[in-house]
Design a protein around this ligand. Structure first.
Ligand code: MSP
Length: 505
């Protein structure tokens, strides 16, 4: 089945940071997992280069918005690479093909009668690129997100008849109660719609940096309509000489944070309906990573810089930490010292040690080969009953932290079980040779199974480990406990998560 997953496209007004890394890695975990399941995956990320947020930042730097885009878009690309992200395409909304496709879709919306000209008057936040209603704004006419004073705007605009879609949107929410997850975000969006929709500006006249409006060259499209359409336009030109739209539309899931819920949950489906296109199957709205000031950590200083963490500890450790530390969907704090603590306690001591000592025992006691026809002790096999299905079930609902919990429960159980079995004692007694075979086999099977399910989270370290087990498969079928085992031999490995000494910043 087709599985099309996206991240928001990020504004190029600044450098990428941990918040961007978060959404991008989340989408990558889903993409990699679905590829393991044999789905036909397309994974899109990219940059949003038009509109006021970018134009204003460029002006401050004394460069053109295009120059700013050319400077920063590659840094977002590099972030994806540094984090082992496997996006199939990277869209920039300054791409000519995107611009032409936006004009085409919005012309269709205009031709269908969903657009009219009028005058907008109200409050506007140039950083959000959003028009604010009286009920949204803070005292002193401040933006509730950016805490800056809002501007009073009055200009002739073309309007999109959002109000026409009041009833169709209510029906969409009625008929698809899980099209937005988690449910509190669904409820929030539905309440917004039930509050009554008013028409919204589709174009801006006082701004030059944007996609020009085909029926009136004095206007550019309001950046949000141009940006949202990236999800659609990218498919038409991501592969040279091929149009992937039929194959991948509608998106299986858009991943985003709650700051941009309204645009995705209200404007976006309405716009698609106006253009006669299918709406996405699901939105997943995650929370905020909070990065307060923290005391200095040994190796990372006090900044959660994704590039530096990946360079020092490897991308895998960061990918793991983000979804382990903060329950996906909720807000939560991340910090350098929290990262280091989890690196040591969970990655090095729990998973890393489990792997090294088990592989070392197989190498030492059995010369790297377990006898054919071994069966795992029932109590450990039972721990893995329904394991693969449980992880898949969680990821079907984009519950990334829940999937990781399912996996980690098995990692801990394996550690405890090996501790209880004490194979190092059995090895001293030749009469217990068969029992030792069974325990080692059970441990190896457990490690193989958890590592295959962990592979989308930590692609590099799990590959090192699976290779050492002689496991060349990465599919979900191979992940079942007791699936035909690789032929071996099993090799001892270096620590997967070595101690990192303080390094100069
Ligand atoms: N350009 C728009 C999005 C257009 S999508 C059609 C935009 N860009 S942004 O650069 O501000 O990115 C916002 C998104 O970045 C959030 O929705 C989220 O995915 C991610 N995050 C940025 N900071 C974040 C945190 N501190 N925590 C979690 N996610 C964060 O809005």
């Amino acid at each position: 089945m087709a599985y099309y997953v996206t991240t928001p496209i990020y504004y190029v007004n600044g450098a990428p940071h941990m918040g961007h890394a978060y959404s991008t890695v989340a989408a990558d975990v889903l993409a990699r997992h679905m590829r393991q399941r044999g789905e036909d995956v397309f994974f899109l990320t990219g940059t949003d280069e038009h509109g006021e947020p970018v134009a204003l930042a460029a002006e401050k730097l004394g460069i053109t918005p295009r120059e700013l885009g050319d400077r920063n878009a590659p840094r977002f690309r590099e972030l994806a690479e540094a984090l082992e992200v496997t996006n199939d395409f990277f869209i920039r909304t300054s791409d000519e093909q995107h611009i032409a496709a936006v004009q085409q879709v919005l012309q269709r919306v205009y031709d269908a009668g969903h657009v009219y000209s009028g005058t907008y008057e109200g409050w506007y936040c140039p950083r959000c690129a959003d028009f604010k209603t009286e009920t949204e704004i803070l005292d002193g006419n401040q933006c509730p997100i950016h805490m800056i004073e809002l501007t009073r705007e009055k200009e002739d605009n073309y309007f999109f008849r959002l109000s026409t879609f009041q009833e169709p949107l209510e029906r969409l929410f009625e008929e698809h109660p899980d099209w937005i997850l988690p449910s509190e975000r669904f409820n929030e969006a539905r309440a917004f719609i039930r509050g009554g929709l008013t028409d919204v500006s589709l174009t801006r006249r006082n701004l030059r940096w944007g996609v020009s409006v085909p029926w009136d060259a004095e206007h550019v499209f309001y950046v949000w309509f141009d940006a949202l359409l990236n999800y659609r336009t990218a498919l038409s030109y991501a592969r040279e000489g091929e149009d992937l739209t039929e194959r991948f539309w509608p998106p299986a899931v858009h991943v985003l944070a709650k700051d941009i819920l309204k645009f995705h949950a209200v404007y976006w489906p309405a716009l698609l309906m106006a253009a006669g296109l299918e709406v996405p199957s699901r939105l997943y709205i995650h929370g905020y990573l909070l990065m307060d000031e923290h005391k200095m950590s040994k190796s990372l200083g006090n900044v959660m810089d994704p590039f530096r963490i990946a360079e020092l500890y490897g991308a895998d450790a960061l990918r793991f930490y983000l979804f382990r530390e903060v329950s996906f969907g909720a807000d939560g704090t991340v910090s350098p010292e929290g990262f280091e603590a989890r690196y040591t306690s969970e990655l090095a001591n729990e998973y890393g040690n489990l792997a090294s000592r088990t592989l070392a025992m197989v190498a030492r006691y059995r010369d790297g080969r377990l006898p054919e026809g071994c069966a795992a002790p029932a109590e450990i096999a039972a721990e893995f009953d329904g394991f693969v299905e449980a992880v898949c079930g969680r990821l079907d609902l984009v519950d990334i932290s829940g999937a990781l919990d399912e996996i980690w429960r098995r990692v801990r159980r394996l550690n405890q079980w090996i501790q209880d079995q004490a194979p190092w004692q059995m090895a001293k007694d030749p009469a217990q040779a068969k029992q030792l075979d069974a325990v080692l086999y059970g441990a190896i099977e457990g490690i193989r199974s958890v590592s295959l399910m962990l592979h989308p989270f930590m692609p590099a370290t799990t590959s090192t480990l699976l290779d050492a087990l002689g496991e060349s498969e990465r599919t979900i079928e191979a992940a079942a406990f007791g699936a035909p085992s690789p032929a071996g031999p099993i090799e001892a490995i270096e620590p997967l998560f070595p101690r990192i000494e303080a390094a100069p910043a």
